[in-house]
Design a protein around this ligand. Structure first.
Ligand code: NAD
Length: 303
C-alpha cells in the first residue's frame, strides 16, 4: 500500500494535495494532518469530493500522527510562511519549534519511509529533520531548488521560444537568496543556453528566478502552485521508482549540511548526488551559498 501523509494543510500542503488528485498520482491513501484539526477535516472533505472526477481513485482523510507509521512519504509543509519583506531565514526560530514538535511525534510511530520537507528556510529545516529523525540522509529530502529550477525552465522557455520540457538546467545552492544558475550547464535542446539567450537575458532570468517568490508574496500573500507541482514531481520519482534527476536539497557529508545539487531520486529516496563541473566563478558562488546555509544553521545550534 502506498500512503502519503501531509503535515501542514496550508497553501503549500493543499496545492500539493490538489496536484496529486488532479494528476492521479499512484497512491492508495492521502492523509492530512494539521494543528488546526477543523482545517484538516474540511480540506479532506472538500478534496474527497473532487475524487468523483479525478483520473485515479484513492482514499483521502484527515488523520493523526499514528497514521504515519506505515506511510511511504511524510511531507512536512507546516510552519510559518514569509510576510512581505521577510526572508526565508527570518522563519528559522519559529519553524524549528514546530519541527521539534512534529518530528518527535512522527518518529514515535515507527515511521520508516521518506521525509520530504517543504518548510522554509528549506535547507536548514531539512537538516533539522535529518538530525531530529536520526534517519539516514538518503531518506530525508528537501524540495530545495526544484521550484526554482521550474522557474528557470519556464522563464528561459519564454525568452527562447522553446518548450520548458526541452530545457535542462538546474538552480543550485541554497533555496534562498544565495541560490544561482550555473549557466554553463544549462542545455536547450542540444546546445548550451548561450546559443539561444543573450548575456543580458540570462542575467534577467537569474534575477527573476531569485526574486519571484518575493514578488508573488507581495501580490498574493504566498506561493503555492509551483511548489505543489514541484513536490508532486519528487513524489512521482519516489513512488514510481523513476531514477529522475531533480535538484532537491540533499545532505553533503563534506560540508555537513543540506543544499541543492541535481540528484537521482528513486524509491529509496536520494540514490546519488551528481557531480557538476562548474566554472571557477560558479564554484565561488556555491561556496558562498553553502557558507550562508551554515551561518543560518548556527542560529539554532543543532548538532
Ligand atoms: P500556511 O500558513 O498557509 O500553512 C501552514 C500550516 O501549518 C497551517 O495550516 C498551520 O495550521 C500548520 N501548522 C503550524 N504549526 C503546526 C504544527 N505544529 N503541527 C501541524 N501543523 C502546523 O503556510 P504555507 O504558505 O502553506 O507555507 C508553509 C511553509 O512552506 C512555509 O515555511 C513557507 O515559507 C514554505 N514554502 C516553501 C516553498 C519551497 O519552495 N520549499 C515554497 C513556498 C512556501
Amino acid at each position: 500500500m502506498k500512503k502519503i501523509v501531509i503535515v501542514g494543510c496550508g497553501n503549500v500542503g493543499m496545492s500539493y494535495a490538489y496536484s496529486m488528485v488532479v494528476s492521479g498520482v499512484n497512491i492508495d491513501q492521502l492523509v492530512l494532518i494539521d494543528i488546526n484539526k477543523d482545517r484538516a477535516e474540511g480540506e479532506a472533505m472538500d478534496l474527497s469530493h473532487a475524487m468523483s472526477y479525478a483520473p485515479k481513485t484513492f482514499e483521502i482523510y484527515d488523520g493523526d500522527y499514528a497514521d504515519c507509521h506505515d506511510a511511504t512519504i511524510v511531507c512536512i509543509c507546516a510552519g510559518r510562511n514569509q510576510n512581505v519583506g521577510e526572508t526565508r531565514t527570518d522563519l528559522i526560530h519559529k519553524n524549528y519549534e514546530v519541527f521539534k514538535d512534529i518530528i518527535g511525534k512522527i518518529n514515535k510511530t515507527g515511521f520508516n519511509g521518506i521525509y520530504l520537507v517543504a518548510t522554509n528556510p528549506l535547507d536548514v529545516m531539512t537538516d533539522i529533520t535529518y538530525r531530529l529523525s536520526g534517519f539516514s540522509s538518503n531518506k530525508v529530502i528537501g524540495s530545495g531548488t526544484t521550484l526554482d529550477s521550474a522557474r528557470l525552465r519556464y522563464l528561459a522557455g519564454q525568452k527562447a521560444g522553446i518548450n520548458p520540457k526541452n530545457i535542462h538546467g538546474y538552480v543550485i545552492g541554497e533555496h534562498g537568496d544565495s541560490e544561482f544558475i550555473p549557466w554553463n550547464n544549462v542545455i536547450i535542446g542540444l546546445d548550451k543556453a548561450e546559443k539561444f539567450l543573450s548575456k543580458d537575458e540570462m542575467n534577467e532570468i537569474s534575477q527573476e528566478v531569485c526574486l519571484s517568490a518575493y514578488e508573488i508574496i507581495k501580490k498574493k500573500g504566498n506561493t503555492s502552485y509551483g511548489i505543489g507541482m514541484s513536490l508532486l514531481k519528487i513524489t512521482n520519482a519516489i513512488i514510481n521508482n523513476q531514477n529522475a534527476i531533480i535538484s532537491v536539497s540533499a545532505y553533503n557529508k563534506l560540508h555537513d549540511c543540506y543544499f541543492s545539487i541535481p540528484s537521482i531520486i528513486c524509491k529509496s529516496g536520494i540514490k546519488k548526488t551528481l557531480y557538476i563541473t562548474l566554472t571557477p566563478e560558479d564554484e565561488e558562488k556555491l561556496t558562498k551559498s553553502i557558507e550562508k546555509i551554515k551561518v543560518d544553521k548556527k542560529m539554532i545550534n543543532i548538532k
